[in-house]
Design a protein around this ligand. Structure first.
Ligand code: ADP
Ligand code: ADP
Ligand code: SF4
Length: 601
């Protein structure tokens, strides 16, 4: 076994503890050797992996959970690709890109997916674990001898790989990119195909829009387009679906298939929306390990089998259990009726509303909601979801006085995430301003929101240091901690991995049930939407022009209606029962369409 000690420098704060890790270490106490001491600048602890005996005392003593010690099998060291530095994250193996198909990557946040992409794209030179004396390309190529990565790295070393990357976080692009969609896409275009790609992604009507004015979903599609117009031979898409509705996710998938020329080029996609990843990829690798400590990239699997293995938590080719329990998406098709239905807490009649200034028209079917109910919202952006919410809480008044029981206080989790959406500097201060009770470790709110979402480990951290997934969990927790009649959560899954999506969905349900309030959850990951909601409101229409909102209906009816509109059919996987999108024109697709059964017949 090889001892691996990781000290998270974001968490290690020697000036705020009493150096318990150093004082209680049995090796240090023996006085002959040291296993742990302070760095020369005194800012963090250093653990010497050769002398550390792996007792784990420092791990338990550290008040900030900054230390992890794991013992890893010797064989893994033979595939160590990169270590960021002393006591830092280790990445084992890499996804081996192949021509002739799209390679999907799935796994926990913090397990090394973005690191893998950076290495394959040539942004990080792999150091094979030797961070103090990094090897040259010759040695790197020798190291990968006999594997598919050898030829890839030979090309990379000879500058024969022209890599283009769609980065994970799109918010940064907005700050850097100046100009209109037309100017920037024409400048980026190297294939003379910008018009076709812009058309395929349905961006043509936005050509004269400034990048700074694009919505999150529009910016995401623009960035995908900006990658596809490049004349590369290795394309990497790090989470290309965040902020997109289901129709746009399918559009992005089709555009990548059509314009990346995966027959000849390398194409790698990291994505957590399992239905869409399944639809986009030909093969899958699973990245497992311990987030922030180490990550291992699995062998490639066929897409269907790979996703099923991932959900089961067991990888047969490596004989590796990656999780104790199976991830199960409870697929319920009928109304969940364990909520009391005597008195609705929200009730509305049919509504017709029109903004005079923009002319946007919204038509809403009547509906009601009960205490403890989660109403899912599916449908495109720009068709009046926010307007509907404002009608419900009286921020705008419906002409017919159609709101029969309204929500006075609404707590909103906005779609787009950036540190700017938080009013306070630290995680703790934001939670405190939402509800002081949420910070009391003996309260159920603390247990449900802070502990279960893992925020207890980062209470002291500043919001501008958090990753996208951490920001998302904080945003959901802050929204749910507030006292309100109605919780409106816009895309709570963005930037979360599959495990975190399930935990967050459970948290949302429990808080809403416990508080006896209602939540409206806009969610485009249909697996997650199916998991979280009691009923569905389907929004349809022409973005910016008119919108239509259905009454709340059961999941089967709602998804059928949505998918019919999108002309997509979804079948059930025979082994795992999970929903899978049919290839257009396939036998199943045609049969389901003939029968009018678009969702899980
Ligand atoms: P993923 O994309 O799977 O979420 P990443 O590849 O972004 O994971 O990061 C994996 C781990 O590597 C993270 O937990 C982080 O702690 C660490 N890491 C990422 N970038 C750096 C860096 N520049 N220096 C040190 N550690 C890093
Ligand atoms: P969604 O939440 O589904 O994205 P919104 O309800 O925010 O949609 O907006 C629907 C349409 O109404 C958009 O085209 C938007 O431009 C328009 N709109 C929103 N607010 C106003 C307003 N105050 N005045 C005029 N038009 C508006
Ligand atoms: Fe010392 Fe034990 Fe921590 Fe190793 S694991 S540094 S031996 S306290």
């Amino acid at each position: 076994m090889v001892r691996t000690a990781v000290v998270d420098r974001n968490y290690c704060k020697p000036d705020k503890c009493s150096l318990e890790c150093i004082r209680f270490c049995p090796v240090n106490r023996g006085k002959r050797k040291k296993a742990i001491e302070l760095s020369s600048d005194g800012k963090y602890a250093i653990i010497y992996e050769e002398t550390c005996i792996g007792c784990g005392i420092c791990v338990k003593k550290c008040p900030f959970n900054a230390i992890s010690i794991v013992n890893l099998p010797d064989e893994l060291e033979k595939i160590l690709v990169h270590r960021y530095g002393e006591n830092m994250f280790k990445l084992y193996n890499l996804p081996a890109p192949r021509t002739g198909g799209i390679l999907g990557v799935i796994g926990r946040n913090g397990a090394g997916k973005s690191t893998s992409i950076k290495i394959l794209a040539g942004q990080i030179k792999p150091n094979l674990g030797n961070y103090s004396n990094p090897p040259e390309w010759d040695a790197i190529i020798r190291y990968f001898r006999g594997s598919e990565l050898q030829s890839y790295f030979t090309k990379l070393a000879n500058n024969e790989i022209k890599a283009v990357v769609k980065p994970q976080y799109i918010e940064a692009a907005r700050r850097v990119l100046k100009g209109s969609v037309r100017e920037l896409i024409m400048k980026a275009d190297e294939k003379g195909l910008w018009r076709d790609i812009i058309d395929e992604l349905n961006l043509s009507h936005l050509l004269d829009r400034k990048i700074s004015e694009l919505s999150g979903g529009e910016l995401q599609k623009f960035l995908v387009a900006a990658v596809l117009v490049k004349n590369g031979n290795a394309y990497f898409f790090d989470e290309p679906c965040s902020y997109l509705d289901i129709r746009e996710r399918i559009r992005v998938a089709s555009a990548i298939r059509e314009f990346s020329n995966y027959e000849k080029n390398y194409v790698v996609i990291v994505e957590h929306d399992l239905m869409v990843l399944d639809y986009m990829s030909d093969n899958i690798v699973v990245v497992y390990g311990e987030p922030g400590v180490y990550g291992v990239v699995s062998k490639p699997y066929g897409t269907r089998a790979g996703i099923n293995h991932y959900l089961k938590g067991y990888l047969p080719a490596e004989n590796m259990r990656i999780r104790d329990e199976e991830l199960r998406f409870r697929i319920h098709m009928q109304e969940r009726r364990d909520v009391a239905t005597t008195y609705p807490v929200l009730k509305w009649d049919a509504i017709e509303y029109r903004y005079e200034s923009s002319g946007f028209k919204l038509r809403v079917e009547p509906g009601e909601a009960y205490a403890g109910e989660v109403l899912g919202i599916v449908g495109p952006n720009g068709v009046g979801k926010t307007t509907f919410l404002k009608l419900l809480n009286g921020e705008i008044e419906s002409p017919e006085k159609a709101i029969l029981i309204s929500a006075e206080k609404v707590s909103v989790k906005p779609q787009e995430l950036s540190p700017k959406v938080f009013s306070e500097e630290t995680v703790m201060a934001n939670l405190k301003s939402a509800s002081p009770v949420a910070l009391d470790p003996s309260s159920w709110l603390y247990n449900e929101l802070v502990r279960k979402l893992g925020l207890n480990k980062m209470l002291d951290r500043r919001v501008d240091e958090l990753s996208g997934g951490e920001l998302q969990k904080l945003a959901v927790a802050v929204a749910l901690a507030r006292d309100a009649d109605l919780y409106f959560l816009d895309e709570p899954s963005a930037y979360l991995d599959v495990e975190e999506r399930i935990t967050t969905a459970k948290t949302i349900r429990r808080i809403v049930e416990e508080k006896g309030k209602t939540a409206l959850v806009v969610e485009h990951d249909l697996l997650m939407q199916n998991y979280i909601s009691d009923k569905i409101i389907v929004f349809l229409g022409k973005p910016g022009i008119e919108g239509y909102a259905s009454s709340p209906v059961d999941i089967r009816t709602g998804f059928n209606r949505l998918l019919k509109e999108l002309d997509i059919t979804v079948r059930r996987d025979s082994e795992s029962g999970r929903p899978r999108i049919n290839k257009p024109g396939s036998v199943m697709d045609r049969e389901q369409k003939t029968r009018g059964e678009y969702y899980l017949p």
